[in-house]
Design a binder for this molecule. Structure first.
Ligand SMILES: Cc1cc2nc3c(=O)[nH]c(=O)nc-3n(C[C@H](O)[C@H](O)[C@H](O)COP(=O)(O)O)c2cc1C
Length: 272
């Protein structure tokens, strides 16, 4: 079990590439196409554009969501329940001109936001290489990429990048190795050192978990084991947490934390 969790940690931090042996952005024209409700994904799109210099377009809605967060939750929940997708305005870019689409979105209810579901219904992405990127409160790049791959099984969907909106300051540095890894920027990708074996939680690692996650407003479960990937100036730490559900079943999650040599530990993402 420990070995499986550890392999999962490594695969998920590095991100598994698709099975069709294409794992790099082709050297052709790229478009950054994104939806953002509150601006974080727009910020991330701009950071990516600064690096790769692609054309960029924001997806807009005929009837935009309210700027009030709670009202947007209510409307989108209702739309999900009723199976209604929000109508998007026509995309102005000519998709035929692009081979690679960087597709950006906020995570809503564990996957890409509803306007992206609308986009996928309206636009033909056949033959495009897709590069997902997203912002979230706690996580969702892996699940949303899986959903994209399920929806567009004929497309090549490369490893994506996601960041907690609360950690946007880290994104400008983090996207560079990601872009090198997917071949969008020149350079040599240096993989993270492997994780150590999973160990039971100690007082020290519990304190580290609390330092990183203590101020996160939603429950993340109780840490039960931990593994570290040690680099010269920072450690990536992966916790396995357990939560007892109302049904009595236990669910587990992987919580990634980054701990710089000097500075506060940060909650990076959760994978449920
Ligand atoms: C309707 C709605 C549902 C959300 N669901 C999730 C979720 O399931 N998981 C998560 O981590 N964040 C969730 N969030 C938080 C957003 O993903 C996060 O705030 C994101 O950075 C917003 O991006 P934006 O500023 O580009 O709109 C949700 C936000 C909204 C409005």
């Amino acid at each position: 079990m420990k070995k499986i969790v550890l392999l999962l940690c490594v695969a998920l931090v590095f991100g598994a590439c698709n099975s069709r042996n294409v794992k790099e952005v082709p050297a052709t024209k790229s478009l950054i196409l994104y939806y953002s409700h509150q601006g974080s994904t727009r910020q991330l799109a701009q950071l990516i554009q600064q690096q790769v210099g692609a054309d960029m377009e924001e997806i807009t809605l005929v009837n935009p969501y309210d700027t009030n967060y709670q009202k947007t939750i209510e409307r989108s929940l209702q739309e999900r329940e009723q199976g209604v997708l929000p109508e998007i305005n026509p995309i102005k870019s000519s998709l035929a001109d692009y081979d690679t689409i960087y597709l950006g979105y906020p995570i809503w209810f564990g996957t890409y936001a509803l306007p992206i579901a609308s986009l996928l219904e309206q636009v033909d992405f056949t033959g495009k290489v897709l590069v997902p990127f997203c912002t979230f409160g706690s996580g969702g790049i892996e699940a949303s990429r899986d959903s994209l791959m399920a929806h567009l099984p004929e497309n090549i969907t490369l490893e994506g990048y996601g960041v907690r909106a609360a950690r946007m300051a880290a994104a400008s540095e983090e996207i560079v190795p990601w872009l090198i890894r997917i071949g969008a920027l020149p350079g040599e990708f240096v993989p993270m050192p492997e994780f150590d074996n999973m160990e039971p939680i100690t007082a020290e690692t519990k304190a580290l978990f609390d330092e990183a996650c203590g101020d996160y407003p939603m429950p993340l479960g109780t840490p039960v084991s931990v593994a570290k990937s040690v680099e010269p100036d920072t450690n990536m730490v992966c916790f396995v947490t357990e939560t007892v559900c109302p049904s009595g079943d236990t669910s587990s999650a992987l919580i990634y934390v980054v701990k710089p040599v000097s500075g506060k530990a940060e909650f990076v993402k959760v994978i449920r």
